[in-house]
Design a protein around this ligand. Structure first.
Ligand code: ADP
Length: 166
């Protein structure tokens, strides 16, 4: 059984993330979306529990996708699966440089761990969680950027988060 691991912060999940997860779910037997706790990013908008819950709700329609969270290194986390492949989305050349480095680091820890890249869908190449956070902070319309069922809670949270993060 081939498992795709789609890791990330998902703070919050966007339609760009969901596009990669959906495409991976067609290629692999199962997809595990892993919400990473130990991100170097400071002041996340959503807690790890909130992010996990939101990703679960967004992915409920995909039968072979499950959602977990982890506070250990990705290369160590991947050891619990039989045939894991890390699947990531590539938006631009800048993503590639970072991801290439991450792959080298992961292989250093876990040499058999492969990473595969899916090119971002053209309509989501500009989209990132930070774009969503910024737009939400200023009250912009999030339609077409994040799963529709999550819009109101992202808006609510952004109001509070904006007050605390300038
Ligand atoms: P990180 O916190 O590691 O930057 P993110 O949660 O932002 O992770 O994203 C997780 C993964 O999803 C990364 O591989 C990233 O390249 C990919 N990704 C993010 N946004 C998009 C998008 N709009 N289209 C395709 N892939 C994306």
């Amino acid at each position: 059984m081939r498992t795709a691991i789609c890791p990330g912060s998902f703070d919050p999940i966007t339609l760009g993330h969901l596009n990669i997860i959906r495409r991976a779910s067609k290629i692999f037997d199962q997809v595990v979306v892993c919400i990473m706790k130990n991100s170097s990013k400071t002041a996340p908008m959503f807690t790890i529990e909130e992010r996990t819950d939101m990703v679960r709700r967004a992915c409920v329609r995909y039968e072979n996708v499950r959602v977990e969270s982890s506070d250990i290194l990705l290369a160590e986390y991947a050891r619990r699966f039989e045939n894991p492949v890390i699947v990531k989305g590539l938006r631009a050349a800048s993503d590639f440089e970072y991801e290439f480095q991450m792959d080298l680091i992961n292989k250093n820890i876990n040499p058999s761990l492969e990473t595969m890249f899916l090119t971002a869908s053209g309509k989501y190449t500009f989209l990132s969680s930070s774009v969503v956070r910024e737009m939400a902070k200023y009250g912009a319309d999030l339609t077409g950027l994040v799963p529709s069922e999550l819009i109101s809670e992202i808006e609510q949270k952004a109001k509070q988060w904006g007050k605390n993060n300038g």
